[in-house]
Design a protein around this ligand. Sequence first.
Ligand code: CUA
Length: 157
Amino acid sequence: MHKYEKIWLSFGTVSLAVFLLILLVSALHGGHSPAASGIETIHPEHVLDDERFANPGLYESDDPDYDYDLYFVASAFRYDPAEVEIPVGSRVKVSVATTDVIHGFQITGTNVNFMVEPSLVSNYTYTFNHPGEYLVLCNEYCGIGHTDMTSIVKVVE
Ligand code: CUA
């Protein structure tokens, strides 16, 4: 009996050590919990001073996890760029910042659908596997021109 107690005790100690190690590793990586990932702040008045949003559009990525960065600027009542082409099969990190109020960024026919809040860069990574034209729209009421707030994503062969 004594022997089994010892085994259980060491099992417990090892489990605790592993658990603490996992906590430590995720803390060092900036946290991979869904709530903490990808949070980046940006002042709404300085969005256009940022080189990514000064020239929004599609850029090849150095990150091995995805092929392209795609930047959009949201403002009442438009998206910039108004149209963008993506090669089919590309994994794309879509990042959006607003220069004014809250907008709801959605690429219809895909899983890309998130709020764009002032002072935050919001992003979602998605693989565009099907060629076609996808309407980008705003799904958060943002003022008189809300329904005009669109763009087109063309997924091309
Ligand atoms: Cu932007 Cu509704």
